[in-house]
Every structure is written in structure tokens, then in C-alpha cells.
Design a protein around this ligand. Structure first.
Ligand SMILES: Nc1nc2c(ncn2[C@@H]2O[C@H](COP(=O)(O)OP(=O)(O)OP(=O)(O)O)[C@@H](O)[C@H]2O)c(=O)[nH]1
Ligand SMILES: [Mg+2]
Length: 264
């Protein structure tokens, strides 16, 4: 799906495509992704050879961290951030963003390790970032779709996005998705130190902050493929956290508006 890349074009040609965007870091959080990490990193390196990859592993008991170290030893564009233990997706991304900003990257990409986000679609996200501050890979805009996802997961995801859209007033169809490309200045403008969300609502939180801060947010259709290996980290607690936080934010911002307080 390397749009615009002719058959005879090589990696160096592709490397020039994103030149104006600057240095790209793809952050892949992992917890027990031993069956997926190698293939996913390989696909990212093939799809966007000029990008660097940061695997943010929460000391996975299945040895994902060790596999990640082996990948890093073979490829200087791959790095590993070893974290103490499982602290949730949000904390892993915040640590990855901080690392990327400290190391001078201009574009920071969020991507799951489990194959649900197809690295071959990353060029489309990056191309769109040329005219945006934040690009969201979206399952719920025309052209977007899900493959092999159980119906209840689709309903949960669609329902969560619709609920957040109306309660928070964010004009985004897929606000919980985690395949995204941020410009560095966008992250720097979001007060990341104040983000406490952990699970899916971390994604809602960042998107809402970006909209409120006036950044140009664009959705690009993606095909989301259910994981074939390993197990989901989705849990009732993650859904409950999203529900209470989104509800609290929505109610809080309505009360602020009624009382004429500045938007938070
Ligand atoms: N570092 C870190 N990564 C995590 C944590 N929880 C989930 N991840 C990773 O975040 C990505 C998304 O998690 P998934 O388990 O696939 O969750 P999901 O995509 O919502 O659920 P499925 O659709 O069932 O796969 C994967 O790469 C996970 O390995 C965590 O606590 N720490
Ligand atoms: Mg997944």
C-alpha cells in the first residue's frame, strides 16, 4: 500500500518522501508480544525505512524485552525502552514521547505491536501529516474498516467514540484508536505532564487536548486487523476507566461553560 511508490523506486527514494517532516520515531508499546514484535518491527522498517523504532516494553514476562534487544542489536534504527513493570499503555507512551522529544525527533508515531495497525498504511498517515498537526488512523470514517474483529468489540469501539464525540464535542469519528502520527510541537502543546489516563481513554484524552488546543487534527481511513497471536490487554477496568473519565470531563466542561469559566 505504498501509495505513490513506483515499482522501481528504492528505499532511498522513499526516504526522501517525508524529508520536510523531519526525523520520525515509531513508538511501539509492548506487553507480552513475543509472537508479534519481530514481524511488526520488520514491517515498519520495510514500509518506512527512514523511520526509527522505539519499543517501550513493560518488563513482559514472556521475554518480549529480550527479543526487542536482539532486534536493536541487529539494527541501529531500533531502540528499546525497558520499563519496570506493567503500568498501562498511557504511561508507556508518555515515556516514549519524552524519550523521542529528548532525542530530537520531529514526528512521533503511536502503533500497536499486535499487527492490528498495518505498518504498510503508515506512509499514508505521514503524507497526511504534511498538512496537519495530528493524524489519526480511523476505522470509522468512509474507507476505514475492521477485519476479523468480534462484533461486540466493534460495538464497544464505535459506541465509545460516539459517546466521547457527543459528550466532549470532539469532531472525531474514531477517538479511541491508537494508530497516530503527532508532530513534536503538537505533543509539546498538550501539557503531557497532566495526562493521567491509562487505557483507551489515554487516546481520547490526547485527541481532546489537541482539539481544545486548536491543532489541526485529520482522520485517515485505515484497515484495522484483529490480532492473530498473543492476547488482548483489554479489560473491564480499562473500559470502566474510559467511561468514568470521559463522563467526568464532559460534565466538567459543561459546568465550566454554564458558569462562564475558561475552558479546561
Ligand atoms: N508497555 C505496555 N504496553 C501495553 C500495555 N498494555 C497494552 N500494551 C500494548 O499496547 C498495544 C495495544 O494493546 P492490545 O492488547 O492489543 O489492546 P487492544 O488492541 O485494545 O486489544 P485487542 O484489540 O484485543 O488486541 C499492544 O502493542 C500491547 O502490547 C502496558 O501496560 N504496557
Ligand atoms: Mg490490539
Amino acid at each position: 500500500m505504498n501509495e505513490g511508490v513506483g515499482a522501481g523506486e528504492d528505499a532511498a527514494d522513499r526516504g526522501r518522501r517525508y524529508g520536510p517532516l523531519g526525523r520520525i520515531l515509531v513508538i511501539i508499546p509492548t506487553f507480552n508480544e513475543a509472537e508479534n514484535v519481530k514481524a511488526t518491527v520488520g514491517r515498519v522498517r520495510a514500509a518506512v525505512p527512514e523511520a526509527h523504532v522505539l519499543i517501550a516494553d513493560d518488563n513482559s514476562p514472556d521475554g518480549t524485552g529480550k527479543l526487542a534487544d536482539e532486534l536493536a542489536a541487529e539494527d541501529e534504527r531500533v531502540r528499546v525502552l525497558h520499563r519496570k513493570g506493567k503500568e498501562g499503555l498511557g504511561a508507556a507512551y508518555l515515556a516514549g514521547f519524552r524519550w523521542g522529544i529528548e532525542h530530537g525527533y520531529d514526528v512521533l508515531v503511536e502503533m500497536d505491536a499486535d499487527g492490528s495497525h498495518q505498518p504498510e498504511e503508515l506512509p499514508r498517515l505521514l503524507t497526511a501529516l504534511g498538512g496537519a498537526d495530528l493524524v489519526l488512523g480511523s476505522r470509522w470514517v468512509p474507507g476505514g474498516r475492521v477485519v476479523n474483529w468480534p462484533k461486540y468489540r466493534e460495538m464497544l469501539s464505535r459506541g465509545g467514540s460516539t459517546y466521547s464525540r457527543f459528550l466532549l464535542g470532539v469532531p472525531i469519528r474514531d477517538v479511541t484508536g491508537g494508530f497516530r502520527a503527532f508532530r513534536r510541537k503538537t505533543l509539546e502543546g498538550l501539557d503531557m505532564a497532566a495526562v493521567a489516563s491509562q487505557g483507551y481513554c489515554f487516546q481520547v484524552d490526547l485527541a481532546w487536548r489537541a482539539v481544545k488546543a486548536g491543532f489541526h487534527v485529520v482522520e485517515v481511513p485505515i484497515t484495522f486487523v484483529d490480532r492473530e497471536h498473543g492476547s488482548s490487554k483489554m479489560s473491564r477496568d480499562i473500559v470502566a476507566e474510559a467511561l468514568w473519565r470521559v463522563t467526568a470531563w464532559g460534565v466538567g466542561s459543561r459546568v465550566d461553560r454554564l458558569l462562564g469559566r475558561p475552558r479546561r
